[in-house]
Design a protein around this ligand. Structure first.
Ligand code: FAD
Ligand code: DHB
Length: 385
């Protein structure tokens, strides 16, 4: 079997790449180890930057997102007994975010690939990468897929990054002394906009998916287990962290899904080796506070599509050779922003009273200075692609 681009992973990066390549007349096969049902149900990110929305619309896969997604023109930072709105319409006019679940993006992309006769294979076993220096191919089960180029879109725990010979990649990473416990609940959002709240008990986030479904996150210890967090404890803790301004009451409901995500910052440089190009979480991870993970995956794939289109059109390799460098500038901006939002809003056990005062002073600055608030807003809605 032969294709132009062998893609490992049917997350947002792999599926969008396959779709964008199809629009340029370039063939690909997507190999995914999980089932279609599993990837379509996996609850993860929810905030789409303006550039991500524009990309999906331009690619013809934005129709349901435009219908069902929730455009937001601001977020609230809540701390010290008060809420402070970061008003995108004033600080970054014309730019906004759209709240639309990652698994909805994945569903829309799978539907578009299959409708166009695309080759997306689920429950594929033992994918392995070969021949990166000259004639790349992938093996899986007892099959072989020859390709011109391999795209490693298989997330942080995939096989593509570890297939790069030792010593080639530089790794930059940081762990955080906490994790996020996330829930999806059948309850109307208690706020029109996302609330990022910092309390002495830790951070919490009120997000949403629709007028009847809400999404919440709690900062928890890094070794927390779901068994330690029965429903009553989750709601009690969310209330303790969110009901911190006068008149705000948190509505509760049936918990539909829950999970704990470790917090990590991670980048490899370069994001390529021989005929292998890494995109999305396979190359970099950010803590979710800045809502950048999915958006970075989309940005990488846009750059890779242009580079592959030039290569398959007339054999030019300039853009392919510069792929990693072209992506890393945005990757590092998102790294800094995500780290910054995380340290601004979470409590660190090792912080003494002095460090906590500094954090509150910084929050006061961000919410009272237009320049500082603009920095937050323009990074949050996303710098232009
Ligand atoms: P992924 O979505 O991870 O897709 C990779 C795909 O590759 C998966 O479908 C996987 O099954 C497949 N795969 C892996 N190994 C193999 C293999 N060997 N062979 C074949 N297929 C393979 N971001 C936010 O902004 N907010 C959040 O709340 C948030 N929550 C998250 C929760 C979790 C548990 C995780 C892991 C990430 C979260 N993120 C969040 C980050 C965001 O979801 C990711 O940045 C985004 O999914 C990146 O897309 P991707 O396509 O690069 O990788
Ligand atoms: C969501 C996730 C995030 O990481 C974030 O910063 C904002 C919202 C969400 O899942 O809705």
């Amino acid at each position: 079997m032969r294709t132009q681009v062998g893609i490992i992973g049917a997350g947002p990066a792999g599926l969008l790449l396959s779709h964008l390549l199809h629009l340029r007349g370039i063939s690909s096969v997507v190999l995914e180890k999980r089932s279609r049902d599993y990837v379509e149900r996996r609850v993860r990110a929810g905030v789409l930057e303006q550039g991500t929305v524009d990309t999906l619309v331009e690619a013809g896969v934005g129709e349901r997102m435009l219908r069902e997604g929730l455009p937001h023109h601001g977020i609230e930072l809540r701390y010290g007994g008060a809420g402070h709105r970061i008003a995108f319409e004033k600080l970054v006019p014309g730019r906004a975010i759209t709240v639309y679940g990652q698994q909805e993006v994945v569903k829309d992309l799978i539907a578009a690939r299959l409708a166009a006769g695309g080759d997306v294979r689920f429950e594929v076993e033992d994918v392995a990468v070969h021949g990166l220096d000259s004639e790349p191919y992938l093996t899986f089960g007892d099959e072989r897929l020859d390709c011109d180029v391999i795209a490693g879109c298989d997330g942080f725990h995939g096989v593509s990054r570890p297939s790069i010979p030792e010593g080639v990649l530089s790794v930059f990473e940081r762990d955080y002394p906490f994790a996020w416990l996330g829930i999806l609940a059948r309850v109307a959002p208690s706020s029109d906009e996302l609330i990022y709240t910092r309390t002495e008990r830790g951070f919490a986030l009120h997000s949403m998916r629709s007028p009847t479904i809400s999404r919440f996150y709690l900062q928890v210890p890094p070794d927390a287990r779901m068994e330690d967090w029965p429903e009553e404890r989750i709601w009690a803790e969310l209330k303790a962290r969110l009901e911190t301004v006068p008149g705000f009451s948190l509505a509760t409901g049936e918990i539909l899904e829950s999970g704990i995500t470790p917090m990590r910052s991670f980048v490899v440089e370069p994001m390529q080796y021989g005929r292998l190009y890494l995109a999305g979480d396979a190359a970099h991870i950010v803590p979710p506070t800045g809502a950048k993970g999915l958006n970075l995956a989309v940005a990488d794939v846009r750059v890779l599509t242009e580079a592959l289109a030039a290569y398959f059109k007339d054999g030019t390799t300039d853009l392919l050779n510069g792929y990693s460098q072209a992506c890393l500038k945005r990757v590092w901006r998102a790294q800094h922003f995500s780290y910054w939002m995380t340290t601004l809003l979470h409590t660190f056990e090792e912080d003494d009273a002095y460090a906590r005062r500094l954090q509150l002073s910084y929050l006061d600055y961000v919410t009272s200075s237009e320049a500082a608030a603009t920095t937050l807003a323009e990074n949050y809605v996303g710098l232009p692609f």
